[in-house]
Design a protein around this ligand. Structure first.
Ligand SMILES: [Zn+2]
Length: 475
């Protein structure tokens, strides 16, 4: 089928004939000329009739047929191929590789009412809405799944490189050891429609998960909104928002749902090492000092932080740190241990000058410390009435509060530095074992428990486990 614009040209043949004609005419005689005139007249009349018939019945246009369907009628003056080229150009032929139409285009000579004939511009408009285009393209597959389409391999490479770049540590913040995708990335090549082909920016956004990726889900038996949401890492509300046609909980098997996720398609794992100067904390060492009072502290040596150069190996996934370990450490400056002296001296020698124990109760001494004949009295007895409050002779820790044979109800207080005081024959306790008490604090009450004949307080002082005369310690 010849394309329009190339109908057979009869004008040239006619021209050649007319050129030779005058010479022939001179050689012809009169009768022959008469006969010729007659024949010419008949011929001319016939031709005129023929021309008239042709005028009304012959094909006057070309039908343009796309995929077997007539879409337009044009005059022979319209170059349809050129119009198709123009349409391709407008669809962005320069932006795609080998953009072409996939349609079968045919032409047929037809006779139509001239009003049905369209011009080139109208044909272009019609073809723009009719033709189908494809271009060569690169499909990026992730774990074997085709995920997105770009124009060519070099754009795919550039997009993937930019994605890796986006998750690298800032310059100067580390030395990169490894950058890779956790997923398997590959390319496939196939023709694609221009609208399927993503720009590099759109492809990058999809890979990062910053632009929502839509996918279709077909409801199968046993599905519920909740199970679908869970399987796709979505919320039920996300699915409802994307599929407003869902009413209530009802889903039909075979129903198509749009699922929109903003999950990154690729995870970039980066391993890098990082050198950091860090302070090293100092230790605190406590030493006892018998010259200092109990509870007093003195800094013998100020501590100071050290400095170290640590090399960490850091692993990130899409910029989020998932691992950090020390691979090398160099001490630049040792820390200086802080030494604190803690006093252990109690009231024995002095307390506020006098350094004496307080009287647990006020009263007369009914039996002093020491030998009474052959019997040794390990404490001193102070007269008191049942229920009379007994005060601690000095601050300390209660180490005993209970019944102990001849002592009856007894309390022992450790004042530190080897000094212990004991209070016996009590009627009741006001403290528990382990309790810290202050000087003069009521610890219990005078009684008659244990081996005793009357109500009094048996008061003992021990230094490093040996009995001492309490009297010498009291104010
Ligand atoms: Zn006694």
């Amino acid at each position: 089928m010849p394309p329009p614009g190339k109908l057979p040209d009869v004008a040239a043949a006619a021209g050649r004939f007319l050129k030779k004609w005058p010479a022939r005419w001179k050689e012809t005689d009169g009768r022959k000329k008469k006969k010729f005139y007659l024949l010419s007249g008949i011929l001319a009349g016939g031709l005129l009739l023929l021309a008239g018939w042709y005028q009304f019945t012959a094909p006057n246009a070309w039908a343009v047929i796309i995929n077997g369907r007539q879409v337009a009628v044009v005059t022979s003056r319209v170059d349809v191929n050129q119009v198709i080229q123009d349409v391709l150009k407008e669809r962005g032929a320069g932006s795609y590789q080998g953009l072409q139409i996939t349609d079968q285009v045919d032409y047929k000579k037809v006779r139509v009412n001239p009003r049905e004939i369209v011009d080139g511009q109208q044909l272009k408009n019609i073809l723009q809405g009719t033709l189908h285009f494809v271009a060569a393209a690169t499909v990026i597959t992730i774990n074997g799944q085709p995920e997105l389409i770009v124009r060519d391999d070099s754009i795919a490479e550039a997009v993937l490189a930019e994605l890796k770049q986006a998750y690298l540590p800032l310059p100067g913040n580390g030395e990169i050891q490894e950058v890779r995708f956790l997923e398997q990335v590959a390319y496939e090549h196939r023709p694609a429609r221009p609208e399927e082909i993503l720009s590099p920016e759109a492809a990058l956004a999809r890979l990062k998960g910053t632009s929502p990726a839509s996918q279709e889900y077909i409801v199968k038996e046993g599905d519920s909104l909740w199970t679908i949401a869970r399987e796709h890492g979505l919320l039920v509300d996300d699915i409802r928002a994307a599929n407003p046609e869902i009413k209530g909980e009802r889903l039909d098997i075979g129903q198509r749902l749009r699922l929109t996720t903003e999950k990154p398609l690729l995870q970039v794992m980066v391993v890098y090492s990082q050198e950091v100067q860090e302070p090293v904390p100092y230790d605190v060492k406590v030493e006892t000092n018998t010259d200092l009072l109990r509870g007093q502290e003195r800094v013998k040596q100020a501590g100071s932080e050290g400095q170290r150069l640590v090399t960490y190996q850091v692993v990130t996934k899409n910029g989020v740190q998932v691992e950090k370990k020390v691979i090398q450490e160099q001490v630049l400056k040792e820390p200086v241990t802080k030494i604190v002296e803690r006093g252990t001296r109690v009231v024995l020698a002095s307390r506020g000058g006098s350094g004496r124990l307080a009287w647990p109760i006020r009263g007369s001494i009914t039996s002093p410390y020491g030998y009474r004949g052959r019997e040794f009295h390990s404490g001193m007895d102070i007269d008191g009435y049942v229920g009379q409050p007994v005060g601690a002779a000095e601050a300390g820790t209660v180490t005993f509060a209970g019944y102990d044979g001849g002592y009856g109800r007894m309390i022992a207080i450790d004042h530190g530095g080897g000094l212990v005081t004991r209070y016996a024959h009590l009627s009741g306790f006001n403290v528990r074992v382990g309790q810290q008490v202050s000087r003069g604090q009521v610890i219990g009450y005078v009684g008659v428990s244990g081996r005793t004949t009357g109500s009094h307080l048996h008061f003992e002082v021990l230094v490093n486990g040996s009995f001492r005369n309490p009297y010498g310690f009291l104010n």
